[in-house]
Design a protein. Sequence first.
Length: 178
Amino acid sequence: MEIKIEELKVLFSEEQIQTRIKELAQEMNSFYAGEEVIAVCVLKGAVMFAVDLVKNLDMPLKMEFIRLSSYGSSTSTSGKVNAVDIKLPDLNGKNVLIIEDIVDTGLTAKFLLDFMHCNFNAKSIKFCSLLDKKITRKVDIEPDYYGFDVDDKFVVGYGLDYDGYYRNLKYIGYKELS
Ligand code: IMP
C-alpha cells in the first residue's frame, strides 16, 4: 500500500485531539494529585502526543525518552520488538507514566510493561496511548488511559508515520481502501 497526502481522510481533527488530551490530562491531574510523575515518551511516534499531554499536566514531572523498533513492512508490525535505546534513570519508588502513540498488537506495550516491572520497583506504572486499536490485539493488554478507539485502519499523522512520513500532520488521517 502506498499513501499519498491527497488521499488522506481526517479521522481525528486537531481540535478533537487537543480536546481529548485536555480530558485525559484532567483525569491524570486528579489521579496523581500533586505526586511526582516520570513521563516516559516512546519515540518516535508518541512525541507530539507526549509534548501536548505534559503541557496540560500540573504535577511535578520529569520527561524521559526511549526508542523502540519492531521490524515489519510500512503498515504492519512484525511482532518482534527491539529496544533500540532504553536509557532510564532509577525509577524505583517513582510513578511511571508510559506515553505511546498507538496500541496495535499490544506487543510493544507488553514489552515495555515487562521491562519496567523487571527492572524497577516503581510506585506505580501506568500506560497511556493516544490510540487503541483493539481489533488487532495479539496479547491481553489494555492501556490505563487512551484517547480514541480506532478500527482496523492504518493511520498516520500527529506523530504516527507511514515509512517515516506524515508525523508532522496536526490531525490523524487514514487512506480509505477503494
Ligand atoms: P504494537 O503492534 O502494539 O506493538 O504497535 C507497535 C507500533 O506500531 C506502534 O507503536 C506504532 O508505532 C506502530 N503502529 C501500529 N499501528 C499503526 C498505525 O496504524 N499507523 C502508524 N503506526 C502504527
